[in-house]
Each structure stands twice: as C-alpha cells, then as structure tokens.
Design a protein around this ligand. Sequence first.
Ligand code: DLL
Length: 426
Amino acid sequence: MFQPQLEALPQPELRALQLQRLQDMVARQYEHVPAYREKFDTAGVRPDDLKTLDDLIRFPFTRKTDLRDNYPLGLCAVPHSSLRRLHASSGTGGKPTVVGYDTHDLDIFAEVVARSLYAAGARPGMVFHNAYGYGLFTGGLGLDGGARRLGLCTVPVSGGGTERQVGLIQDLQPQVIACTPSYALVLAEALERQGLAPEDNSLKYAVLGAEPWAEKTRAEVQKRLGVVATNIYGLSEIIGPGVSNEDAAEQQGSYIWEDHFYPEIVDPDTGAALPDGEWGVLVLSSMSRSALPILRYWTGDITRLLPGENSTGRTMRRMDIIRGRSDDLIILRGVNVYPTQLEAVLVSLGQVSPHYHVTLTRTGPMDELTLQVEADSEAVTLRDEIVRLIKTQVGVSVRCELCTPGSLARSEGGKLRRVTDLRDAR
Ligand code: DLL
C-alpha cells in the first residue's frame, strides 16, 4: 500500500472520518454555493440534518445538468483567485463541464492517483509511459501528478502517434503504461507488426480505464502486451482518474479511496439506495475537495460494490467493473444490452480482432442492431457463429458484418465511441 495508515484505516474510524467530512462539505456548500443552498432548500434539508451516514439519502443528487446550468464555475466553493487548474469534459452536445482545482485539490488528486498506481504495481524509480491525453482531459495530467508523487519517471507521450509510441517503448524501457484499454490493443497490434513478442518489451504493468471494458479484454491485453492489467476508474466531476483502482496481485474489483470519495449504489429508475452487492448507478460524493465539493453525483455508471473480505488488508470497499453507463444502455426490442457484453462474446471467439462497432437503426417499429467486426475472410460460418453466440449469451438477434482487418476506427488514445444510434434520425 502507498499509504497503509489510511488505506487500512479500521472501519469505525473510516466511517467517523467520512461523516465528519460530509458534514463539513454540506456546511461549506450551504454557505458558499448558492446553487447548493437552493437545492437543499427545495429538498427541505439543512446541513445539520446530516447526523449519521444514513441521513445522506435525504440530500439531493447532483447531476451533470447542475454543472451545465451553472457553467462555467457556478458550483465553485472558493474565490476564483485561489483556483490553480481547470479541466473540462469534451461535452457531447451542449456546453462542456468545467471543473476547478485549488492547491489542496491538486494535492488530493496526486495522492489518490499515487495510491492507484501503487496498487497497479508501480514502484518508485520505475519508468512510466503515460499515453492518456494531456490537456483539458483529466487523464494525462492526473496520472502525471500521481506518478510524480509516487516517484516514477514519466514519459508524457499523451495519446496518438502509435508508431512513435512503439519506438519510445523500445528505447526508454518503461515498466508501467497507462492508456485506455482500446488503445492498449492498438499498441499491442503495432508491437506485433514490428515482430516484437510480449516478452521482448519492458512493460510489466498496465493501468487501464476511462472507458468500459470487458474482463476478456483484460486477458487479451495481458497476453499480447505481457503485462498485469488493472482497472483505474474516475471522472472529472469528482476528481479525474484515481477514484478507485484494482490491486495488481488481486484483480478482484477496484478499491474506492473512501476517505475522499463516498460511494452509494442506487436504483437507476427510482434513485433508492441499494445494498452492497446489487448492481445500480454509482453515486459519489467528493468529501474533501475544497474548490468543487460535489454531493451525491449521479455518475450514470452501472456497477456494484463488492461485499466481503479482500486479500490485501485494505478496509475500503471495492467496486466491480463498469457494466456500462445507464445512458449507454441499448434497449433492443425490450432487451437490455451493454456494448461490453457484445465485446465479451467477440473476444471469447478468438478468431476476430476485438475492434467492433455497433449501429442501431429502425425499420418500421423494429430496432436493428448491426455489429461490424474485423475478420480475416468473409467467412459465412464465422458470421453465423457470432450471431448465434450473441443470441444465446446476450439474448438478442443482431446482424453481423465482417470487415477487412484494420478498417474499423481505432482509438487514438482518447475514448472510442463504439455505438452509433440512428434510431431517432428517421
Ligand atoms: O475518464 C477520468 C479517467 C481518466 C479515468 C483516465 C480513468 C483513466 P471523464 O472524462 O470525466 O473522466 O469520464 C468519466 O468515463 O463516468 C465512466 O463512464 C467512464 N470511465 C472512466 N473510467 C472507467 C473505467 C475520465 N475504468 C466517465 N471503466 C465515467 C469504465 C470508465 N468506464
């Protein structure tokens, strides 16, 4: 552990710390953020109603629309002159979401990312190939700050320029790499094209996140890059990467750094609290942020908290992989489908590359899902096999098109949009 005294804090102390930090946060929000005061008044709650952790459910959610309605910095709880960095989401329609950090927030950011990198296998003195985008996206600079805190030597290569990345990996011999899982596969392909076997590269640990990925993809990345791959999760509204990370020796769910981020799982339709172990929407409160304290943020990410003992001695709860976003959910003729379920089927087949694209169309009242995958030949039997497996394992009928290897869009280091929904464009 990077900070054993905190990561293994006895649970009663952890709960007491969380309560105290949440109480401080709602008091600050009520006093310094008019939009929160209004939300609390509308919900009929006051800061001193938060007497136990169970009282939290009486407080309102914060949603992406709250950040947009208060664009750019209306939810900021400190004078703007104390801000030291701004990040922004790319904003898929509408205004981007801007998040501000003061010195204290940047310290927390570095601390939780350092814990994450340590859990992922990184150790001081290692060389770190950071292929997350530097810039307004929190990935590049976020991992960078944590790596410095941990004592790594960072190669800030950022996203894109795959051939150059391969050259840098060969020349600078990094042990740790961070990028999206889809980009890890692109790099694996590029290394293979150069005739480099997995054991011929220096990489040992891969820290992958920023987009949903299936467990089967982990096996693929580990095999083809010769690494131990762990999941890093986070979102800019809460801090950026480093809300949680798996332990490399365990790979059984990501530890949420619960002294800073308070997790809840709620029903996607009703918002009602769900017990540990049940799948629902992850809701997070950033308890110790000073510039942008966010209460009960509706992440839209579907996961569950993993109950039970762990093998690392940490006392913080773990979360499972993100099955998808509540708004990524494809409802196809009444069946709920997450893109990662289709991905899992493809990867299990082994004969197709794990690059795929989903297009949703509507003919009359019927929704159609067309899955494009890359395969070596126009093998009809392979196409039929994919359709059959998706029918039996996911429960939906889809159309499948085989495409020439290399023809589908690749990740350039950023997030890859795998679904095009044309159903409303009638
Ligand atoms: O993606 C922060 C990040 C950077 C995380 C680098 C990990 C590594 P945003 O751009 O605000 O922040 O996007 C946040 O991305 O709500 C999830 O839907 C998705 N996401 C992030 N990490 C994972 C993951 C960064 N490990 C949104 N698995 C989140 C699945 C993820 N989805």
